[in-house]
Design a protein around this ligand. Structure first.
Ligand code: ADP
Ligand code: MG
Length: 364
């Protein structure tokens, strides 16, 4: 009888159910809240995160930038500048490109044919139109080309959070446009909650330093790393990890993909590029960053659920096995009837599944 009792009670069903049931319920609850968990292991890591690193364009900002100003330099017409820029940008997938193309379309400028088009990573792009080579991009690109531009004028606007796209040929700057991208409304509150949770927040962006600082100041984020190439974003994440931080990275762009893969938890915006979504363990629907706070709470809930489950799975065995094996028989005359052993075994599975289902009822 003891032998049968021990066999029954030692059956590890509940133990096997403890982790997967909690994760399945957690992932399901996440899906209902617009948090798509691709890799369950990320749900087990997210609650430990000490630093959240966010990309600026498309993650903090709406990623629907607009051209707010056009400047042309001696002799060139505004429309000419827009036309050349739009012809080049037509081949780019960057949000900046959409803004410029929208403006060209509204002015009914037909794009010119571009040869030898090339993306200059983290800087801009270049191409040949009617035999003339053109470059378009940020201040760093212009500096690399060894050209001069009226920086004072441009700086004033970057301090206000705008991004410049400067158009130049090999010899000189022809003009520039200023692009503004509004902050997502929910971002400020999300950053505040993260800070209250004791989580550090930092911005990683390929954009201009002044533009990024402006956004940081508006959101109360003090740590801002700007003018980063995709590889630099990856290095920054590694640096933070080397300092012992557990890093979650949220981003949307092709340029964020390496960093998303390197971070302990990669979080992509559903509005972003496929590569970013592919590299991340979690995707937030509608690119809503406030869901990140919910995802962290969900992770905490799920992990707590797993621990409680393991308790329920073990406690029946810890109490039941000695009892069933007859340890207490010589002293108290206690022995476990195999029927009760069977009942205990079933109950432990029921408590585990029941406890997992409780996660569903919790508010995030
Ligand atoms: P982010 O998404 O953080 O802005 P990127 O690496 O995509 O980072 O871009 C870095 C910077 O390079 C941009 O802020 C912009 O100044 C310039 N840039 C990138 N792509 C383009 C483009 N298609 N046209 C003009 N400038 C661009
Ligand atoms: Mg981006």
């Amino acid at each position: 009888i003891s032998f049968v009792g021990v066999l029954i009670i030692a059956c590890p069903c509940a133990l096997g159910l403890a982790t997967p049931t909690a994760i399945i319920v957690g992932v399901g609850k996440g899906a209902r809240e617009g948090i798509l968990v691709k890799d369950a292991a990320t749900l087990e890591k997210l609650y430990k995160v000490s630093t959240v690193v966010v990309d600026k364009t498309g993650t903090l900002t709406k990623g629907k930038p607009e051209v707010v100003k056009v400047n042309s330099v001696d002799g060139f017409k505004e429309d000419e500048v827009i036309n050349i820029l739009a012809s080049l940008e037509a081949r780019s997938e960057h949000p900046i490109a959409e803004a410029i193309n929208a403006l060209a379309a509204s002015r009914q400028l037909a794009n010119k044919t571009v040869d030898n088009f090339e993306i200059i990573k983290g800087r801009g792009l270049k191409g040949v139109i009617a035999g003339q080579e053109y470059f378009a991009g940020n201040l760093a690109l212009i500096a690399e080309l060894g050209l001069v531009v009226d920086e004072g004028k441009i700086k004033q606007e970057t301090i206000e959070g705008k991004t410049p796209v400067i158009l130049a040929n090999k010899i000189k700057v022809i003009g520039w446009v200023m692009i503004a991208d509004a902050l997502k409304v929910e971002v400020a509150a999300a950053v505040k909650t993260l800070h209250q949770m004791g989580i550090k927040v930092a911005i990683l962006t390929g954009d201009d330093k002044n533009t990024a600082d402006f956004v940081g100041k508006q959101l109360g984020i003090n740590t801002v790393f700007a003018q980063l190439l995709p590889a630099d974003k990856l290095i920054k994440i590694k640096e933070l990890q080397a300092k012992g931080e557990i890093v979650a990275m949220a981003g949307d762009g092709v340029n964020d993909a390496p960093a998303l893969a390197q971070a302990d938890v990669g979080i992509a915006m559903a509005t972003g590029t496929d590569v970013a979504i592919e590299s991340a363990g979690i995707t937030l629907l509608k690119g809503d960053i406030s869901k990140l706070v919910k995802a962290i709470r969900l992770s905490k809930l799920t992990m707590r659920g797993i621990k409680q489950n393991l308790f329920w799975a073990f406690i029946y065995n810890v109490v039941g096995i000695p009892l069933a094996s007859g340890i207490f028989f010589p002293i108290f005359g206690w022995l476990l009837n195999p029927i009760f052993a069977g009942l205990a075994m079933a109950l432990s599975s029921v408590s585990v599944v029941g406890n997992s289902l409780r996660i569903k009822t919790k508010n995030l």
